[in-house]
Each structure stands twice: as structure tokens, then as C-alpha cells.
Ligand binder design. Structure first.
Ligand SMILES: NC(=O)c1ccc[n+]([C@@H]2O[C@H](COP(=O)([O-])OP(=O)(O)OC[C@H]3O[C@@H](n4cnc5c(N)ncnc54)[C@H](O)[C@@H]3O)[C@@H](O)[C@H]2O)c1
Length: 309
């Protein structure tokens, strides 16, 4: 079996992906600086196929050591989301761009890189985005991810995934994601204020993001050198539609404000035909994700729910 390195594997997406690869028998090495601690990866150490290296993608030598002996690199390490990038712009640039340059310099042409890119690269777009739509990232997050994607596509044997916005529960929980955030606020405050209710966004459950990477590992020969939007045509929703779906399961008052704006200016609809044509589709609906969130988030209280934003 090919050995898989996951940079940033201790994060929200990585911790949902690790067990999916281990279950299929892939040896997995996680390389992560553990920005959010490491409790979430403790259960994987029991598996002899699991290995962990603590390190920083900004350190060239550590990245060179991490890729040694791996056939496939799933590159997730990043400062993620526009609030985190805005808070520390220089760190975001160093991790997301320089860290990716270090990776590109460390891998050989025989090593395949799967990159966790993002639909944030598109920005605000009138027509439905395909992989050919010109990129117009509106936030520093989107700008650094767009640059990182370019570096990997130009310099390495790469499959790049432009993901929809994630939702759902994973061992390292993120509550700053739109559906997770709205559900949590309505549950804990009993009300929610929403700006720009007609803005369109597109969504994917975190487990389906992991499935997409497994799909990429198993269809690498067909997919190498290509960029794919990853999500589902069925999961393009306006914020108002998302709020109705949440409100159907979580009681509370939702106020749609006419004045004020969301700092995340994304407003776009995405086509997922290219990846669907290869046989990949998502499996978990927004309704099922909200149900899981409503149950999980009401069962547990969080000390610092927005620590990463
Ligand atoms: N969650 C989403 O909606 C979404 C959507 C599109 C793309 N992505 C991409 O997927 C990837 C993973 O996102 P996530 O939601 O799991 O985020 P996350 O913040 O939960 O995970 C990021 C991980 O990277 C690690 N990391 C940060 N800086 C590092 C450094 N300098 N060196 C080594 N490790 C470092 C962190 O410790 C963390 O474990 C990111 O590249 C992100 O851009 C996520």
C-alpha cells in the first residue's frame, strides 16, 4: 500500500480523514505543529500503521524529513479561514505560501500531492463556477490558498481540490464554519442575526471531504494534474435557505438584518460536474449534518468555542 503523509493532519479535516485511510490499510504519517493541541489524534496511536511527526511547514528541513518514504502527500497544513488569516497576516502568508513552497521543493516528481484548496479562490461570481472560472479571491485566506494551489499545480505532480465550505463534527471540532456556527449560536443564544441572506454558498460534510481524498488516492492516475471542485450540485444554498433548514430542527428567532455586512464576502454557486463524472459524489446532506450538530453541540459545553477564529 502507498504510504500517505498528511500535513496538518491533526486538524478538522485531517482527523476525519485519518481513520478512513487507516481502515483501508494505508500507512499514515501525520505532520503537524499541533496548534490546537493533540488530544484528537490520541486514539490513532493504537494502530501500528499510524505515525506522527511534530513539525512546522515553515521549516524546510522538517518538511524534507516528513516527506521521506511517503508516496502520497495530502497537504492540509494552513492557517484556515479569513478571520484567522486577518488576525495574523504575516503568519498566514508564511504558513500557507512559504510552507507550500517548502513542500514543493521537498517532493520528487514520483510523489503525488493532493492539495486541500478552497472555493474561496473564486470570490463573488455571477455565473456558476467551474474549474475554468477565473480566480478572484476576496480575503487574504483565499489569496494565500490561490497562490499555494498555483505553486503546487505548476511545480509538482498534483491533484488540487477546491472544497465547498465544510460542516459537521470531526474529532477536532470547528465552530467558525457557517453551518456549525449558525447552529451553535441558535442552540446556545436562542437567536441568530444574519446579514446578506441572499448570498449563495456551497457546502460539504467533513466526512465527505475525507472520502474525496481517499477517492483521489484510489483514482490518482486519471486525476493527476487536474483541479476539481469538491462538493455537490445539490448543496448550493442561500444563507436564508440554510437558516430555514437549521430552524426546522433548532427552535429560536432568526433576524435577517438589512443593515450590516458579513466580512466573508463570498457569494457564488459551484458546479461539481467534473468530479461527479469520475464517480465521486457526497453522501451526507445538510439536514443530516444539522441533526448531528444539534445533538452533539447541545450535549457538550465548550470553554472557548471560537478559539481558532
Ligand atoms: N474546513 C473547510 O471548510 C475547508 C474548506 C476548504 C479547504 N480547506 C482546507 O483544508 C485544510 C484543512 O482545514 P481544516 O478545516 O482541517 O483546518 P484546521 O485549522 O482544523 O487544521 C489545520 C491544521 O494545520 C496545522 N498547522 C497550522 N500551521 C501549521 C504549521 N506551520 N506547520 C504544521 N502544521 C500546521 C494545525 O495545527 C491544524 O492541525 C486547509 O488547508 C484548508 O485551507 C478547509
Amino acid at each position: 500500500m502507498e504510504k500517505v503523509l498528511i500535513t496538518g493532519g491533526a486538524g478538522f479535516v485531517g482527523t476525519s480523514l485519518i481513520p478512513q485511510l487507516l481502515q483501508r490499510g494505508y500507512p499514515v504519517r501525520v505532520f503537524d505543529s499541533l496548534m490546537f493541541g493533540g488530544d484528537q489524534i490520541l486514539p490513532y496511536f493504537r494502530n501500528p500503521l499510524f505515525e506522527f511527526m511534530r513539525g512546522d511547514v515553515r521549516n524546510e528541513n522538517e518538511v524534507r524529513d516528513a516527506v521521506k518514504g511517503c508516496d502520497i502527500i495530502i497537504h492540509l497544513a494552513a492557517i484556515v479561514g479569513y478571520p484567522a488569516c486577518r488576525k495574523e497576516p504575516q503568519v498566514a502568508e508564511e504558513v500557507n505560501v512559504r510552507g507550500t513552497r517548502n513542500l514543493a521543493a521537498a517532493v520528487s516528481k514520483d510523489q503525488l500531492v493532493l492539495f486541500g484548496s478552497t472555493g474561496s479562490n473564486y470570490g463573488a461570481v455571477e455565473n456558476t463556477c467551474t474549474e475554468e472560472t477565473p480566480l478572484n479571491p476576496l480575503s487574504l485566506y483565499g489569496q494565500t490558498k490561490t497562490l499555494a494551489e498555483r505553486i503546487l499545480v505548476d511545480e509538482c505532480s498534483t491533484i488540487a481540490y477546491r472544497f465547498a465550505t465544510a460542516f459537521g463534527i470531526s474529532p477536532r471540532l470547528r465552530l467558525d464554519l457557517l453551518i456549525n456556527d449558525f447552529t451553535y449560536r441558535l442552540l446556545t443564544q436562542g437567536y441568530l442575526v444574519v446579514y446578506e441572506k441572499h448570498f449563495m454558498r456551497t457546502f460539504i460534510h467533513v466526512h465527505d471531504m475525507g472520502r474525496a481524498f481517499v477517492f483521489g488516492v484510489e483514482h490518482a492516475d486519471q486525476m493527476r494534474g487536474h483541479i476539481y471542485n469538491i462538493g455537490s450540485d445539490k448543496m448550493n444554498f442561500s444563507k436564508e435557505q440554510i437558516c430555514s433548514l437549521i430552524n426546522a430542527q433548532v427552535p429560536g428567532y432568526i433576524h435577517y438584518a438589512n443593515v450590516g455586512e458579513d466580512m466573508d464576502k463570498r457569494n457564488y454557486t459551484v458546479s461539481y460536474k467534473k468530479i461527479n463524472d469520475l464517480g465521486y459524489d457526497t453522501t451526507i446532506s445538510v439536514e443530516d449534518g444539522i441533526s448531528e450538530l444539534a445533538k452533539g453541540l447541545s450535549a457538550i459545553s465548550f470553554k472557548n468555542p471560537y478559539s481558532n477564529a
